[in-house]
Design a protein around this ligand. Structure first.
Ligand SMILES: Cc1cc2nc3c(=O)[nH]c(=O)nc-3n(C[C@H](O)[C@H](O)[C@H](O)COP(=O)(O)O)c2cc1C
Length: 309
């Protein structure tokens, strides 16, 4: 692995593994570091054994702290809480005194324990294993504590929290049915005095099943046809998929068919639906259809060839 590009790729590949973030601490025991607290940020922490209780962290041999940690009698692992990313940054940067901006206490075995961390383990050194350009510090847990505070996460070079991971599932998907019969389209009451197209949220069942459910509830002999538009409604946080659904019969459980003409579409309140229906009116007149991709205000129409319609 002498090629720097290959090394960078390997580091990126290692970075695809989600980890917690720790600060590894000890007290200097010789020379300039005598009795000074020292520490560095590390995400290479792993539990090793329950009996005896062992854990490990790997330290770069290039670290300015390597000489101290590789000869120390003990060290502590502090698992940072999700609001402690500044502490992580401080202990990863060349700061003269990393401990000057944090609150900490000596642990029962002597190594610095940082206040308000999610968990800490104060260890004696069990073994040091040299491994390539790092060394594994294997510690025996002499004392520890943990609390319910969620830990700080690290993934692909960025921090994340349980909250940010949970609130980023992407936009909600909704399907819209453009149900057409004899030149008309089914419009329903939107609850505010305006008109809308039948729409439903897509759950675990997927878009096609959601659309079939929507059509069945309307009591119409209609079937899912071509996709007519795919657009993001960034205001609502929705991803819409609109399907043209030819209808051959049935009396709608709600709403009514209106002739597809601009004058009949003025009460459609959702601007994106209004634009889509006016396009459908124009394209139906010309017999030449396209599929819209974009968001609620701008996008492009991909033309569908005659054979595809
Ligand atoms: C999220 C994160 C995880 C890190 N994990 C490790 C690690 O496991 N081992 C290590 O030696 N350095 C790790 N580092 C880098 C060290 O924190 C950093 O290089 C070190 O603190 C530099 O200062 P030093 O030379 O004083 O040790 C990590 C840095 C960050 C930001």
């Amino acid at each position: 692995m002498s090629d720097p590009d290959a090394r960078r790729h390997l580091r990126d590949a290692f970075g695809t593994f989600m980890t917690g973030v720790t600060v590894v601490t000890t007290i200097g025991h010789s020379g300039e570091t005598l009795r000074k607290p020292l520490g560095f940020t590390a995400n290479s922490f792993s539990s090793v054994s329950l009996e005896p209780p062992l854990l490990l962290v790997s330290i770069a041999r290039s670290s300015s702290n390597y000489a101290t940690f590789s000869t120390a009698k003990g060290f502590a692992i502090n698992i940072l809480a999700e609001d402690q990313r500044e502490i992580s940054n401080t202990f990863a940067r060349p700061v003269a005194d990393r401990f000057s901006t944090i609150d900490w206490q000596p642990g029962p075995h002597g190594s610095p324990v940082i206040d308000r961390v999610s968990a800490w383990f104060d260890c004696s050194v069990h073994q040091i294993v040299e491994a390539g350009d790092h060394a594994l510090l294997i510690g025996r847990v002499e004392a520890f504590a943990s609390n319910a505070a969620p830990g700080l996460g690290y993934y692909r070079g960025s921090y994340f929290t349980a909250n940010s991971a949970a609130v980023a599932p992407g936009p909600e998907v909704v399907v819209t049915a453009v149900i057409e019969r004899e030149g008309g389209v089914l419009l329903t009451d939107d609850g505010t005095g305006g008109l809308t197209l039948p729409t439903t949220k897509v759950g675990r069942e997927g878009a096609t099943a959601a659309l079939e459910r929507l059509l069945a509830a309307l009591n119409l002999q209609a079937s899912p046809g071509f996709i007519y538009a795919v657009f993001e409604d960034t205001a609502q946080g929705h991803q819409h998929i609109a399907f043209r659904c030819p209808c051959t019969g049935g009396s709608p459980a709600k709403g009514a068919f209106v002739e597809l003409a601009p004058a009949n579409l003025t009460d459609v309140t959702d601007p994106a639906m209004s634009v889509m229906l006016n396009r459908l009116a124009e394209e139906s007149r010309q017999g030449n259809y396209g599929i819209y991709f974009g968001n609620q205000t701008s996008g492009r129409v991909a033309k569908v060839t005659g054979e595809d319609q």
